[in-house]
Design a protein around this ligand. Structure first.
Ligand SMILES: [Zn+2]
Length: 502
């Protein structure tokens, strides 16, 4: 007796499971062994009803064995292979292709969408076998390159296909609609704030982490949110990576090249942001993979949460563990933080006086330090405009650049980066590892001396120095310049003199 191959999930990874069914005489009973969870036990009822819809009434003692026994299995992913195993054991299914089968059954035999189709497609490709899955999952696997996948609407249709009575339905090629980017707010609506606008553009172009510090009403939250509208589109590889996370969570997997933009509130739990919980699910930091994770009112976040973000922000992956196991999720995020300059919010404000004592200010500055702040490439002040500045701006009605214009520059700068770093498997300047910084970000002797002098003056750490170089590279890319020049370095240095250890 050979088993029907199915899958189970461990994080964003699909693992193969063999479903073996044996039927002996006696009173009707179904037992499922091999560490099934509640959902697998419930699948008994679904499978039985779905088979009845095909006209098969199960009889006898049926034992279902899910192998290997030592890995936990979950969800309705195994309904289809269990049903096929029962059909096989009853002699209704003889030959069937060597493949992976997945899907949850409705009581009437329909195949329901399951989570994990994208990881399953990766596994099928690795094993060199086709994947059979519910039609509702077709769209998400269509983007996985090199996978052979077939879909079916219901169990009856799947069985006819496997018996060769119906041609298999290949997953149609992916169609990625050109969705307009939602620039809301649009940079055209943001008054003044030349430096913060520029920093936002550099952040989007090179995927650099950004800190915006300003009083309430300065527009820092608006600037942070406007970044969503200037991000470059996801490339094919990045698109599949983001689908992998969403598919694992069973979320909407409509393919889109729009980068994720996730806002986290300071009341959020560490599990919801970093991932974990009973099912070792990915958190916001993984949902924001290849996009933006925005933490507004950063100083209000609990220390243990920000400490937990250090590794994923630095490494681009996050490992979550529990008694049930350890899984890794991708987490290459562009981190955007917004914070007030002091506890009362008005330190350095042109109009309202700050009520904080020097001790208060010192205590507050300590909140704006630590491992996350040390990993911010761009730090800018977002001062509130004075009434006269606002009037002057309003009077002149000087049109500000729109998000669409800025995004064009960002896209061109990102293209230069993709071409430059392709051979290293990287996509943007923020990802450049330390060893490549020295080898690939070369300066003229005069510029090197200038940077060394400034680094000493500003007390920059070695890591801080690398960050300046990477940002300089992005500034040069936005300008379309082949080499990093002094003006690019000088500008990059203006974004690094506020908080943390540099
Ligand atoms: Zn204050």
């Amino acid at each position: 007796m050979s088993g029907i191959p199915g899958i189970t999930l461990k994080g964003i990874e699909a693992l193969p499971v063999e479903v073996e069914v044996e039927i002996t005489g006696g009173l009707f009973a179904i037992s499922i062994v091999g560490l099934p969870d509640v959902a697998v036990r419930e699948s008994k009822e679904r499978v039985r009803a779905a088979l009845r819809s095909l006209g098969l009434n199960l009889k006898g003692r049926i034992s279902v064995n899910l192998a290997p026994a030592d890995i936990p299995k979950e969800g309705g992913l195994l309904d289809v292979p269990i049903a096929l195993g029962m059909l096989q054991a009853n002699g209704y299914l003889k030959d069937y292709p060597r493949a992976l089968y997945m899907g949850e059954l409705a009581l009437d035999g329909r195949l329901r969408r399951v989570r994990g189709a994208v990881p399953a497609a990766f596994l099928a490709r690795e094993m060199g076998v086709p994947l059979y899955l519910p039609s509702e999952n077709a769209e998400e696997v269509a983007l996985v390159p090199g996978v052979e996948a077939y879909c079916a609407d219901n169990l009856g249709e799947l069985v006819m296909t496997l018996q060769g009575e119906e041609p298999p339905q290949p997953v149609p090629p992916a169609f990625i609609p050109e969705m307009p980017v939602n620039a809301d707010p649009d940079f055209a609506d943001i008054k003044g704030q030349r430096q913060a606008r520029r920093a936002a553009e550099i952040a989007a172009a090179g995927h650099h982490n950004l800190l915006l510090v300003g009083s309430p009403g300065s527009g820092k939250t608006m600037i942070a949110k406007a970044i969503a509208g200037i991000l470059p589109p996801l490339n094919d590889t990045e698109l599949v990576e983001t689908l992998l996370v969403r598919s694992t969570l069973g979320m909407d997997t409509k393919p889109t090249r729009i980068r994720p933009f996730r806002i986290v509130h300071f009341t959020a739990s560490t599990v919801s942001v970093c991932g974990g919980g009973n099912n070792l699910m990915p958190g916001e930091v993984s949902l924001a993979h290849r996009g933006v994770l925005f933490l507004d009112e950063y100083t209000e976040f609990k220390r243990d949460l920000t400490e937990s973000l250090r590794a994923p922000v630095e490494d681009g992956t996050i490992t979550v563990s529990r008694a049930t196991g350890t899984v890794s999720y991708p987490s290459r995020v562009l981190l955007v933080l917004a914070a007030n300059p002091c506890a009362c919010g008005y330190h350095g404000d042109p109009v309202i006086n700050c009520k904080c004592s020097p001790t208060d200010i010192e205590r507050y500055r300590r909140k704006l330090s630590g491992p996350i702040i040390d990993r911010i490439d761009l730090q800018v002040q977002v001062p509130r405009l004075t009434p006269s500045e606002l009037l002057a701006l309003g009077g002149k009605e000087e049109p500000q650049e729109s998000s669409a214009v800025i995004r064009e520059r960002v896209i061109n700068a990102r293209k230069m980066q993709e071409d430059r770093w392709r051979e290293y498997g990287l996509t943007c300047n923020a990802e450049i590892p330390e060893k490549l910084v020295k080898r690939c970000l070369v300066l003229s002797e005069a510029d090197r001396d200038y940077l060394a002098m400034m680094a000493a003056k500003m007390n920059l750490s070695g890591r801080g120095l690398s960050r300046v170089l990477k940002v300089s590279r992005t500034i040069a890319d936005i300008a379309g310049d082949e080499d990093i020049q002094k003006k690019h370095i000088a500008e990059a240095l203006t974004y690094r003199q506020l908080y943390g250890r540099g």
